[in-house]
Every structure is written in C-alpha cells, then in structure tokens.
Design a protein around this ligand. Sequence first.
Ligand code: WTA
Length: 713
Amino acid sequence: MTTEPIDSTLQEHRLFPPRPASELGFARWHVGSLDEYHKLHRRSLDDPEGFWASEAGYLSWFRRWDKVLDWTPPDARWFLGGTINACFNCADRHVQAGHGDEVALVWEAEPIGPQTSHPAPGSAYANEPEVRRLTYRDLQVETSKVANVLKRLGVKKGDVVTIYMPMVPELAIAILACARLGAVHSVIFGGFAPHAISERVLDADSRVIITADGGYRRGDIVPLQQNVEEAVRSLANPTHGGGAHIVNHVLVLRRTGRQPPSKRFHTGHAPDTLPGSATRFHWWHEIEALVSDACPCEPMDAEDMLFLLYTSGSTGKPKGIVHTTGGYLTYVNTTCRLTFNMIPDAGQLFWCSADLGWITGHSYVLYGPLMNRVPTLMYEGAPNFPTLDGGKGDRFWDIIARHRVTQFYTAPTAIRTFMKWGDELPARHDLSSLRILGTVGEPINPEAWIWYHATIGKGQCPVVDTYWQTETGGHVCTPLPGATPAKPGSCTLPMPGIDAAVVNEQGEELPPNQGGLFVIRRPWPGMLRGVHANRERFVSNYWSRVQDPRSGEPYYFSADGARRDPDGYFWIQGRIDDVIKVSGHLLGTMEVESALVSHPMVAEAAVVGMPHDIKGSAICAFVTLKSKWFTENPGNQPGDDLRKELAAHVAREVGALARPDQVRFADGLPKTRSGKIMRRLLRDVAAGVEKITQDTTTLEDFSVVAKLRADEE
Ligand code: WTA
C-alpha cells in the first residue's frame, strides 16, 4: 500500500429520485422507498442470521442448514449443515416447477453474414447473426451430458476444471456442468495469453481444461486452442516454473471450424496426444456423443468450493479467489433480484455485457438471472462489429432493440466509448424496452452517468452504479432502483446485510466528506472464503489493515479509498494499492513489470497508471535497459521500435489488455533511500503533473526530481 486516499473536491448536487414502478412497466418494486430500504437495512444488521435465513429460503436446498453463521474472524462459514447444488438452482429446479420450456438463455453470435470473412457455421441467414435460445430443460440436459463427459475424463467432486472459452452457450454449459457434478470451475478470460493460463492452471493444480478451436473477436479469430497447447506444453516441461505439471485432458469445442483438419483428434475413444506431452485432446462433440444425458446434481455442502476466480493483486502472482456454494448463491440471488428488480414471468430480458471470464459474468450473466428465472442474454462479440465508418459500432443498441432487453448492465469504459462515438448510433435504434441501466467496474464520471441516463435511458430509466469486487461475490453498495435517489458518480448506499464504512487507519469512522478506507465490518454470505493455497495472502491482503478499535476484530478491507457525503452516500475514489483498473479490468502493476523484465533487454521496470479518457486508466511503463542494448546499438538511443517491441512483449506474456499505452526509457528509476521505487512521483510524471527537465523522447533522468521528493515517500 503506497498512497493515502485524497480528499475529493468533486461536489455533485444533481439528484435523481426513484419513480413509481408502474411508470416503468414494473408490477412492483421489491424495495419501493428509501424508508423501506432503511428499515430493511436496519433489520439485516440487527438480525443478520434471521435476514439471511429468509434470503436463503428463496433457493432450493437438498438439506436445510442447521446454523446460519459461524464467524471466527476472518473465517466465516454460512449455512452450516445445508446441502445445495448451483446447477440445480439454475436449471433443474425450474424444470421441476413446470418451467422447463421457458427460455433461460438467449445467445447471439458475433459474425454477421457477408460482413465477416469468417461466417459462423450454422448461421441461418446470410445477413443476420446466429441466435440460439436455450430453455431450462436444455440447460438441464446439456449440463448433464457435459458433466458425464467430465466424469469420463476422470473429473471427481472437488477437482478443479479450467475453462478458457469464447462467449458461447457452451461456456455457460461447461461452468454449470462443473457445478452439477461438484467440480470446482476456474474460468480464465479468453483474452489472456498462454503464460497467464499456465500460471493459473498450476496454482489451481488443475488437470482438465475446456477450450475451443477459436473464438470470434471483431471478425478475427482468437487462437484459444493454440494458447492452451502452448500453456500445456510449457507446464509439462520440467524446466518451466520448476516442475512438471501434467494436464491430463483438454476438451475442445468446435466453434470456428477453422482449425485445419488435425491429426490430433481421432474419436473420443482414441484421443490424440500433444507431441512432447501426455495430454490428450478430445473434441467436445465426439466425446459427448458417447455419454448419457442423465446426470443427477451432486448435493454439495454449503461451504464446498463452487469456483476459483483469479484476480490481480499487488504482487506479481494472481490470487485465486475462493467462493463457496451456499453463501455465494444466496448473496448473488438476493443482490440480483433487488438491484435489477428481477421478477419472473414479467417479460424481462436481462443483458449484462461482461465476459463470463470475470466475476461480473459469473454472478450477473449466469448465476443471478438463472436462479431468479429471468432470461439472460449472452453476446459473443465486440460492440464495434461490424464496424461502421471510423471504427464505430452500434451493435449493442441493435441487440437491445431486436431482443427487447429490459435491464442492461455494462461498464463505464464502454459508456465513455459510446459517448465518444456519438448520439446518432443509439438514436438509430428503438431502445424503449429498457427499464433499468446498470454500471460496474470503476467509478463512473458524472458526465458519463448523465449521458447514459439521458441518451440510452431517455431520462426514464434508473441508473444503478454497483460497487463491488471479485472478492465480495456480488453488489456491496448500489442504489436500489425503486428506493434510492441517485447521485451521478456515487454508488450510494450499502446492500441490505452489508455494514460498510469509511474509516481511518485506527478503524474509526470518519466524518462526512473525509477520505479514508472502505471497509465492511461484518461478514456477509457472498464474501470470499480464502485465497487458494495461500492463507497468508488471504489474511494479509484483506484482514490485516484495520480493525474494530474496541474489540480488535478485523474489518474486511477492500483496498479502495472512499468518502461518505452528509447523506451517507459512498463515493469510491479508487484503488490505493498497486493495482490499476484498465478498461474496468484489474491489473497488478507487478504483473506487467515482471513481463517487461522477462524481455532480454530490460534491466528494471516500473509500471503506473495514468489517466485516460476512455479506459479510465492506461498503463505507463518506465524502463531501464541492460547495458547490452547500448553495446549492441553503439551511438543510438532507444526509440519507437523498441517501444513497440516491449509493448508487444507484454501483450504476449500477459494478454492484450495489459499492453502499455506508453513505454518510457529512463537512465535509472527514482528510488527512496531504502530502495523503494517512488511510484507517486512516476504517477505524476505519467500524468504530466510533474515535468522532467530532459527531453522525454529519449532517456529520462529522474535524479533531480527524485532528490527533491526523496523525503516525502
Ligand atoms: C472497482 C468488479 C467504483 C473498485 C466487479 C474495486 C468500482 C474493483 C465499481 C474490483 C464502482 C468496481 N464504482 N469502483 N461501481 N465497481 N469498482 O474484482 O476499485 O474486477 O475494488 O470486480 O473495481 O474489481 P473486480
């Protein structure tokens, strides 16, 4: 932790009160006034066990719990003795209740007929994207088949299955199939590079990977299978990472059909192995044809692990966040219902544009809507495909209009991009089906909020700015659409059950408008249960910074700075650790630094975030070169070629989302006397606040400014 939160000077006075449910076409609001919200919140804190027991009652349990909560800080166990299955609650339960033929999931492919050089196989119309609708019964049958496939590949309850796939229905099916048989899913975002895959597979000790022969992205094909092959090969190599890790099976979905007819695949009976490794590759469709479509849902203990999801931290190594079954499902079910006013059989169609590779996708593309029995929309591709003149796109608005989406949930970085593309794009489409708009991932600038509300919501739809984290499982602070007057830029008030506060280092609650640490003072069902195989990191990252000044009980610390205004509204000021949010995605500066230092010419690297209009933050890397470079390039200074090479190297090592926007060469990095890199100074230099006297196109000399600042850091 390097910096203190800064007191914000932004004063936002615009207030958007909630409107009657009937004006928005809802039969009712789940929470219909601010007063009702306050009562609910009060009750949830006065009697947390009673409150959460009634919320858990919305789900279908095989065995009811004996005890709601066991809290031995920092370890919480929820719904002890209860057994439940996530897939059952998303599919089978609805089938049993007579809703088997209702649509659960609507999926739209990216490719559109002649506008792409890679038309989707099975696309029904030349000029329309392929759309698939899966009912709850389809989900039951398909997840049963895949669960049987996984069993055939030796997967047992508690094993970790890694999933690295494009946004296709089979991704949702693969995740739910794991849950069905009690395997732990670990989804890796399809934009990550081979190194990121092997790191996560190794940490999770995962032996089975599910992937696809490719994924469509902006008309191109992402080589998912090749990336997996590279990761699997490097893991099997004992010189890599210190030990051999054998991935036993890779299940490959045929998505693009662009894979040259490979000798690697025979049939499910006789799979081929990857040269140089013992890993067997199987085509999904071949092996699926061999199994039965009946598979019971495994009763899981409420505290059995449901999934692992890796997130960036302030060290180079990603953290495997552990979520368990009963508490996570309860929390996601409640937050999804309240924040988006979900009501089954009311003609709702919910669209969260996040990728399933992130927590937002897990909780609000998949589990939340399916448990609530509200159909969920999944879109495979990018907002600017097909591209209009100048690289713009109106695909999202087209999707909302064609499918009649009622609740739409996206990220501020996307909203800022849409703003830049101009009002004509949404104006071409009928967006009148929209009822609620949501945002997540980073603080939203009030101007982007206003634009979203006015241009997309036509001034009618409530905007819910949902603040939460991978670690929290679901929304922590958010307006409730029928209850909370919204202020643009504020995530407003805590969810029922959440005891949030802004405190100082001593754990004392701060007066209004004073910046401090955002903490949660007691456990909630959706909280992380650990960092996989790293107890120390779990305790030190989340539970060691602040405690209750009286009892000494640790508070959950989010690593975000925040302030509360006189109305008690929370204003999140952003991360105060060495983690940056680039286009809403968390990246550890250390991850990028490690990637840079792995380049043969780089001696040292320091990475900081710099303000960016669209991405929120962009990456600026300061790099010092090995003397080797100067010996090999006598009389030269490093220039654009090397900059490009280093940026490409990071994209190759970590993934495209980590590609630095700026690479700046320095003579040496500014350090304190104790040898710590002066990141605050570098941040100021990157933001242009602090000028370097040197010509910054060549080598930067920090010695002067560093001396001036040495005592401050
Ligand atoms: C940031 C994403 C302000 C915050 C769900 C948090 C936000 C981090 C908001 C978690 C918001 C997320 N307002 N900041 N509405 N939502 N954040 O784990 O810094 O990818 O700590 O989870 O995103 O990112 P993660």
